[in-house]
Design a protein around this ligand. Structure first.
Ligand code: SAM
Length: 301
């Protein structure tokens, strides 16, 4: 996976037109990252913005990106799954817009020592929030082979998951699997065969990252709760929520969550995107991260 060191937010024009910050009001960026989308929302007319991220290094960069907006911005070290607590603590009932740009940032992939990428040999950490939880290396030291195979199959969509899990468990008998380089070599050997478009280690690295960060846990219910926080339609238009997913598992969850809320007698939202919005060729050529991005959005009724 080739990533650029400079972070370019994906689908930025599309997010602007769907979230429509020109209507003003309070916005939440639940994955503020390096602050690219947040800056667009503030420049586009959002009155205030709360940015959450569970990576303190990302927040430090966002603080720089958004410094010019002064007290219109508040950055909080938090998981977006605790959005209710963050808003309750500030006495905020409803907001005009919520954005989730899921997954890892280019900085997390590029920053040495994070252990997300096999382009460098370094400790296998992979935690977005380095203040808590087990690293990928710690998890690999104790996980049962069958569970590991399930993780690699489910989160990596790796057809040879059993073979990869067995190879990891066999390798750790000889010595602990502690670096990205070791893991990539084990996986490549286990998958075998000529490489197709992507390095065969990519799928297993994605799987372990999702597992270590529990990325899909509670995503669906979190989207439901976030929608409850959108301004209901009344005199003004209803609040809007946009989510950008980067792989099919994530997008499926977002799609189901939004569709379920857009149906039935007690429907809470209308879909602003019948199909996911994807990046055009030009954006993909300029920013490879955009290649797999899928954007969906709803408006509160
Ligand atoms: C794709 S980047 C966001 C980039 C951002 N939109 C920008 O313009 O710079 C995803 C960010 O979400 C953060 N993140 C992932 N899962 C999170 C969670 N559950 N809670 C809070 N932040 C999370 C990551 O740490 C990362 O910084």
């Amino acid at each position: 996976m080739e990533e650029r060191a400079e972070h370019v937010p994906v689908l930025v024009d599309e997010v602007r037109s769907l979230l429509d910050p020109a209507r003003g009001g309070m916005f939440v960026d639940g994955t503020v990252g390096l602050g690219g989308h947040a800056r667009m929302l503030l420049e586009g007319g959002a009155d205030r913005l709360i940015g959450l991220d569970r990576d303190r290094d990302a927040l430090a960069v966002a603080r720089g990106t958004l410094a010019g907006f002064g007290d219109r911005v508040e950055l909080v070290h938090a998981d977006y799954r605790s959005l209710d607590e963050v808003l309750d603590a500030r006495g905020i009932a409803h907001v005009a817009g919520i954005l989730l740009d899921l997954g890892v940032s280019s900085m997390q992939l590029d920053q040495p020592g994070r252990g997300f990428s096999f382009r460098r040999d370094e400790p296998l950490d992979m935690r977005m929030d380095r203040s808590r939880g087990e690293t990928a290396a710690e998890r690999l030291a104790t996980v049962e082979e069958a569970e590991l195979a399930d993780v690699i199959y489910q989160f990596g969509e790796e057809r040879k998951s059993r073979r990869v899990a067995r190879a990891i468990v066999e390798a750790r008998r000889a010595s602990p699997v502690e670096t990205t380089g070791q893991l990539a070599a084990i996986v490549r050997r286990a998958v075998g065969g000529p490489w197709q478009r992507i390095d065969p280690a990519t799928r297993t690295f994605q799987a372990l990252r999702i597992w270590v960060n529990a990325e899909l846990d509670g995503l669906e219910s979190c989207i439901g709760r976030a929608v409850e926080r959108l301004q209901p339609a009344g005199e003004a238009a209803g609040g809007r929520m946009a989510v950008i997913a980067f792989h099919s598992l994530e997008d499926r969850i977002v799609k189901h969550a939004f569709r379920a809320m857009a149906q039935g007698d007690r429907r809470a939202v209308r879909l602003l995107t019948k199909r996911p919005v994807v990046a055009g060729d030009e954006e993909v050529a300029a920013n490879p991260r955009a290649r797999s991005a899928k954007l969906r959005a709803v408006e509160r009724l």
